[in-house]
Design a protein around this ligand. Structure first.
Ligand SMILES: Cc1cc2nc3c(=O)[nH]c(=O)nc-3n(C[C@H](O)[C@H](O)[C@H](O)COP(=O)(O)OP(=O)(O)OC[C@H]3O[C@@H](n4cnc5c(N)ncnc54)[C@H](O)[C@@H]3O)c2cc1C
Length: 530
């Protein structure tokens, strides 16, 4: 059967693209390799039937801020956002906490208690964000070049402080928390949030990312879907199907068909051909799309050349725990945070991420973690906690050595368990007795992640590095100019490998769908009609 569009992959970007296309009246078929939809937005009960674990991603400030996702009205399809009492916490070795609360006055009060003057400095930073933040977010996620959104930023720049604000944006995350703040909290929050990307914390770009994530936390919070991350994907699927879209799981696409110079369909692992009248949208990592799915002879030379230098982001190890009790913090935070970060200091975070870049498995990894039952009480029985933590490690083939000298970097079961012990010990230091609360544990290393989602190559979570040399008009390769068009008419890149990259905001999927609709409208799809 022929559809107007075939979407390869039912990650958040694929599902967003498919929803946008059915809204335009297109017939859409989504083909997903895994037994269920969601990609890195899934949940499961593998650890204990009473516990919901988010298999990969968990907190969705970017989705909550996305106008595209908001326009779908997913609440009508089963999505309910839940918030923890506090957005983010960072326990310090001396017992203090850096805390981000959705009420900026509370965040400021807690900072003021640590260092007089920091509270007002925080409120001042929030006010600058009020002036320009929304335009900045829109500019960052718009298709390239972001002309209208860029004008929005420029018209507000003066009010936001002009060149002073430009300097703030260019300041690395390691320094940003020192600009106007004397206590430790602002720096830990900004640098910790910058550490959600793989930008080196002392490099340009890290500061703006840290500021963006922190201010999103301050404005929209870090919400989670009630019942598990998978509910976000499920609501996208339900909406799609309610409008006539089709989803087939266990359907891995092995080939994108290109005939007469345009993409005309795909072939799945069972040998079936699925024809696409107008577009194929690939929610597939660029290295796979241009490294096998499309035959080499069809890949434009400039894309092929660019892909030789395509850089993955680092690998990841994620540990999930089912706990019989809440985390027994040595020192309780003023408000229970959903997300928490583990590092003794900004310097230790910088060192750990620098080690990853140098091919060294950190002895003291910088960890991002989530207290899911604190965020959404439906995740596990009352009085228990569904907890996870993940950290980055070098891509397997780039691993030089272990900073702790017991993990070989091959990420077999033994490596995974040894490294999980190391991660667990980091939490035990902050919460003595943590180990005795553990009912069950699961470790997902880089290879296991890739088995569960082929886009997570070697545990890369962002579809390619988000360092400046592979961002904006350079994403995923210079020849594509940050656009979803692949150079093969009818084939669009709609995964996190496309601008604006990783995170659950749906922008690459939305941009790919819009480009397909535009080309269809102006009749540019068929090269013979150009
Ligand atoms: C451990 C982890 C934690 C994260 N935490 C967060 C977080 O808290 N918040 C946040 O915003 N982001 C987070 N992220 C990042 C975010 O999840 C990803 O950036 C996002 O899911 C990318 O969406 P995508 O649709 O491009 O790709 P994916 O979500 O990876 O989905 C791609 C889909 O395509 C399918 N597929 C691939 N190839 C084929 C093929 N040939 N045929 C058929 N199907 C195919 C895959 O099976 C998969 O279902 C995290 C990621 C990971 C891995």
């Amino acid at each position: 059967m022929t559809h107007d569009a075939i979407v390869v992959g039912a990650g958040p970007n694929g599902l967003v693209a498919a929803n946008r296309l059915v809204d335009a009246g297109w017939s859409v078929l989504v083909l997903e390799a895994q037994p269920e939809v969601g990609g890195a937005v899934r949940s499961d009960r593998e650890l204990d039937p009473e516990f919901v674990q988010d298999t990969f991603s968990a907190f969705y400030p970017l989705a909550a801020a996305s106008k595209g996702i908001a326009s779908f009205g997913l609440e009508e399809h089963g999505l309910t956002w839940r918030h923890a009492p506090a957005v983010l916490g960072h326990p310090m070795p001396d017992g203090r906490w850096a805390m981000l609360h959705r009420d900026r006055e509370v965040t400021a009060r807690l900072m003021e208690e640590q260092h007089p003057g920091d509270g007002q400095a925080w409120l001042d930073l929030c006010e600058v964000w009020d002036v320009i933040g929304e335009q900045l977010v829109t500019a960052l996620i718009s298709p390239f070049p972001p002309v209208r959104a860029g004008v929005g930023v420029l018209t507000r720049l003066r009010k936001a402080g002009g060149l002073d604000f430009v300097k703030t944006l260019l300041t690395p995350a390691t320094e940003m928390g020192r600009r106007g703040f004397d206590g430790p909290s602002a720096g830990l929050l900004l640098a910790g949030n910058a550490g959600h990307s793989d930008l080196p914390l002392d490099a340009m770009g890290s500061g703006v990312f840290g500021l963006l994530m922190t201010m999103l936390g301050q404005t929209v919070g870090f919400p989670v879907p009630e019942g598990g991350a998978g509910m976000l994907a499920t609501s996208l699927r339900r909406r799609l199907e309610s409008r006539g879209g089709e989803v087939v799981c266990d359907a891995e696409v092995l080939e994108v068909l290109v005939e007469d110079g345009r993409a005309t369909g795909v072939v799945t692992a069972d040998g079936q051909r699925h024809a696409a009248r107008r577009a194929v949208v690939a929610d597939v990592i660029a290295s796979r799309l241009f490294g096998g799915l499309v035959a080499d002879e069809h890949v434009p030379a400039k894309v092929r050349r660019g892909m030789k230098d395509f850089q993955l982001d680092p690998g990841t190890v994620k540990v999930d725990w089912a706990l019989d009790a809440p985390v027994p913090w040595a020192s309780q935070p003023a408000y229970a945070p959903g997300t928490f970060h583990v590092a003794d200091s900004v310097e230790q975070m910088t060192e750990a991420l620098g080690q990853v870049a140098a091919g060294v498995i950190p002895a003291s990894p910088f960890m991002l973690a989530g207290q899911m039952t604190t965020s959404d009480p439906t995740r596990s029985p009352a009085g228990t906690e569904s907890l996870w933590a993940y950290t980055h490690v070098p891509q397997p083939e780039r691993t030089v050595r272990d900073g702790g000298e017991e993990v070989r970097g091959v990420w077999d079961r033994s490596d995974c368990e040894r490294f999980a012990d190391r991660m667990q010990a980091r939490i035990e230091r902050l919460a003595p007795g943590f180990g005795s609360t553990i009912r069950a544990r699961r470790v997902l290393g880089p290879h296991e992640m890739e088995r569960r989602d082929a886009n997570l190559v070697g545990g890369a979570i962002n579809g390619g590095t988000s360092q400046v040399h592979q961002e904006l008009f350079l994403r995923p390769v210079p020849g594509m100019l940050g656009r979803p068009e692949t150079g093969i008419p009818g084939l669009y890149l709609g995964s996190a490998s496309a601008h604006p990259g990783g995170g659950v905001h749906g922008a690459p999927g939305m941009n790919a769908a819009r480009a397909a609709l535009f080309h269809s409208r102006v009749g540019r799809l068929d090269p013979r009609r150009r």
